[in-house]
Ligand binder design. Structure first.
Ligand SMILES: [Zn+2]
Ligand SMILES: [Zn+2]
Length: 320
């Protein structure tokens, strides 16, 4: 079954209005105020030309420009390296490390593997581990409701990438981390990545250029990164718009095969929203989930443990 979502203007306006003015309960005014400020920091009204996050804007422009130049500097070594980096950063880094391990605690990893996965995640350029996990947890809590950082009810383009470009103050970022990742924020490994995230990305670029010159930089950094960006962004946009629903959830999440194919299994997004704690995104035999294969292999080698591998038997959603 395929469904197209076309939110009305009035619905979008209503969501914005509620996100900005939702009243706080009398019993916990200050906590509610923090919550309101976090929601408001992801409101589409934040996206204005005089309020752009210039670091994000310049970085994304450079990476996409690099993609356009890449075909003129093609060689097979650079292409092959890009493919390996795509797997390392997209599957191991984002899907396994940032998403299933860090955000949902679907499995535990021995310390060196944990560090490696978060390093791979950092090399994806999708933000620090802490920021990624906190934003994603907010998405699960508020999916397709006011406060969701990237719901297509605000427009498909907003959910795909525009939400990234609004500038947010350090205080707002801190509130987000304290509220949505209190279990992680004081972890020394997380703090290490908070401090070194930018350096890791720059070091990766310098290293690739030193090894293979401009072709390597354009393919293994720009093309690989932009491809992985859009694969992840399609999980936020397309799998909340098109596809089939196995579970009745309170959000618009759907399972979409082509997003699963380009995002190492994350496109089975309705399954994931219904049962976010399980480490398996594919719940039917034909819902292929290459990231799960890696988790299973790590467990067999003793490098992953306490893996939640339960596939739900009933069509009921747990959510979270
Ligand atoms: Zn979602
Ligand atoms: Zn999730």
């Amino acid at each position: 079954m395929s469904t197209t979502l076309k939110p009305s203007r009035s619905l979008r306006k209503k969501h914005r209005r509620v996100a900005e003015t939702q009243p706080a309960p009398q019993s916990d005014r200050s906590a509610a105020s923090v919550q309101e400020q976090i929601y408001a920091s992801f409101s589409p009204t934040r996206l204005r030309w005089n309020n752009l996050d210039l670091t994000v804007f310049v970085w994304m422009t450079l990476m996409h420009a690099g993609c356009l130049a890449a075909p003129f500097f093609f060689n097979w070594t650079a292409f092959g390296t890009a493919m390996v980096f795509w797997w390392l950063t997209g599957s191991l880094g984002v899907c396994l490390g940032y998403h299933r391990f860090l955000s949902h605690k679907s499995l535990k990893l021995v310390a060196p593997v944990r560090f490696f996965m978060l390093l791979c995640g950092s090399l994806s350029g999708e933000g620090s581990p802490l920021f990624w996990a906190a934003t994603h947890r907010l998405h699960h809590q508020r999916s397709d409701q006011p406060g969701d950082p990237h719901s297509p009810t605000e427009g498909a383009l907003w959910s795909h990438l525009l939400w990234l470009f609004g500038w947010r103050s350090p205080m707002e970022k801190e509130m987000l981390l304290e509220r949505y990742a209190p279990d992680l924020v004081r972890d020394p490994m997380m703090q290490f990545f908070e401090k070194t995230y930018g350096l890791i990305l720059i070091g990766c670029g310098i290293g690739l250029y030193a090894v293979g010159g401009l072709p390597m930089l354009l393919w293994a950094l720009c093309v690989r990164m932009v491809w992985t960006y859009h694969a992840t962004w399609f999980v936020n946009s397309a799998t909340h718009i098109w596809g089939y629903r196995t579970y009745e959830t309170r959000d618009l999440s759907r399972n979409l095969w082509w997003v699963a194919a380009i995002s190492w299994g994350e496109g089975w997004h309705n399954n994931h929203h219904a049962h976010p704690h399980t480490a398996r995104a594919g719940h039917k035999w034909w819902e292929l989930d290459p990231t799960w294969w890696v988790i299973n292999t790590l467990r067999a080698c003793g490098l992953a443990y306490d893996v939640d591998d339960k596939i739900p038997t009933a069509a009921t959603a747990v959510e979270g």
